[in-house]
Ligand binder design. Structure first.
Ligand SMILES: [Mn+2]
Length: 320
């Protein structure tokens, strides 16, 4: 039997026009894995490739090569092959409401993901639940295909790995992850620059938003959970966007002995988005998020609920 990595390569090489796409409101790993793969497919294999994302493109990652080649929409009939990266199915991309499309498109679908989310999306699934990031998986694919990793690819993939491991601090950082990061630095990826872009440069508005949310945080000693909430009003008052809340739930998750953290964010439509994080080996927040109709992996996951947040409640704030 031919290996999965070879099958994927064969499909890509036979494709006339390829679309790469990632989860809605992309993060560093989604962007890094897509842009790194884009470089390899276009420059090394000479393939015809387009990229598309849905939702807000974080400005943090403006330094990534090919950032401006990413489009905010696409014409399905133009593509015979689609690669979904850093998400397990169609609904997470934000392009379609259902994981199973009721149309005969595309001819080939390849899913490359490190999340352990169950999905009904058909296609060839290349999954790595024990891998730090989709970027680390793309590195593995390029090695298997014999594609030389250049400086551009290295910058993209190290960004993704750095983002998903919290700069090599989270439990998903393996020996292999560090070896790969070393390889990427050897061919020119600039780790201090990537870390600087990702973690420094916080605006006054952003710091004030974090102040509001941290002040509002509750800690339940019996259950070992920290919880807080962000409203649209908070973001208006501080002149920030949801991008400025990136990383906040990770900070809430730094209390020693904590089971997990939950940050609820009010969306522009008035719904509530929940972000879950844990550092505990005993807790799988991915399962918790799936129970709430969402998804993710054991350490980081999320969900969306059609409910309201009431911050005027006498006890502090509550979900209504
Ligand atoms: Mn990821």
């Amino acid at each position: 039997m031919e290996s999965l990595t070879e099958q994927i390569k064969e499909i890509l090489l036979k494709s006339k026009k390829i679309l790469l796409t990632i989860h809605i409101n992309p993060d560093g790993d989604a962007l890094g894995s897509m842009l790194g793969l884009y470089d390899a497919l276009t420059r090394h294999f000479g393939l015809d490739v387009s990229m598309a994302t849905n939702g807000l493109m974080p400005k943090t990652f403006l330094y990534l090569p090919y950032y401006f080649k990413i489009q905010d929409g696409f014409e399905p009939q133009n593509f015979d092959t689609v690669v979904l990266l850093d998400c397990g199915g169609w609904t997470r991309t934000g392009w379609f409401d259902s994981d199973e499309l009721n149309i005969a498109w595309p001819n080939n679908l390849i899913v490359i993901d490190h999340h352990a989310t169950l999905t009904l999306t058909p296609g060839l699934h290349y999954l790595g639940p024990a891998t730090s990031s989709t970027s680390e998986m793309v590195y593995g694919l390029l090695k298997a295909w014999g594609v030389p990793v250049n400086k551009e690819i290295a910058t993209c993939l190290l960004t993704g790995i750095c983002f998903d491991t919290g700069s090599f601090q989270h439990v998903n950082t393996s020996e292999k992850t560090l070896r790969i990061a070393a390889d990427l630095m050897q061919v020119g990826a600039n780790l201090p620059m990537i870390a600087q872009k990702m973690y420094v440069g916080k605006s006054i508005g952003r710091l004030k938003l974090w102040g509001i949310v941290l002040q509002r945080m509750r800690y339940d000693e019996t259950s070992g959970i920290t919880m807080s909430a962000i409203t649209q009003e908070d973001m208006e008052a501080t002149g920030t966007t949801k991008e400025d809340a990136e990383g906040l739930v990770n900070l809430m998750n730094t209390v020693p002995g904590l089971k997990f953290s939950l940050l609820l964010s009010e969306t522009p439509d008035g719904d509530v988005k929940g972000s879950l994080r844990t550092q505990s080996e005993q807790v799988d927040v991915g399962k918790l998020a799936q129970f709430m109709g969402g998804g993710g992996h054991a350490r980081a996951a999320g969900f969306l609920l059609p409910v309201d947040i009431d911050t005027q409640d006498k006890a502090g704030w509550k979900i209504v």
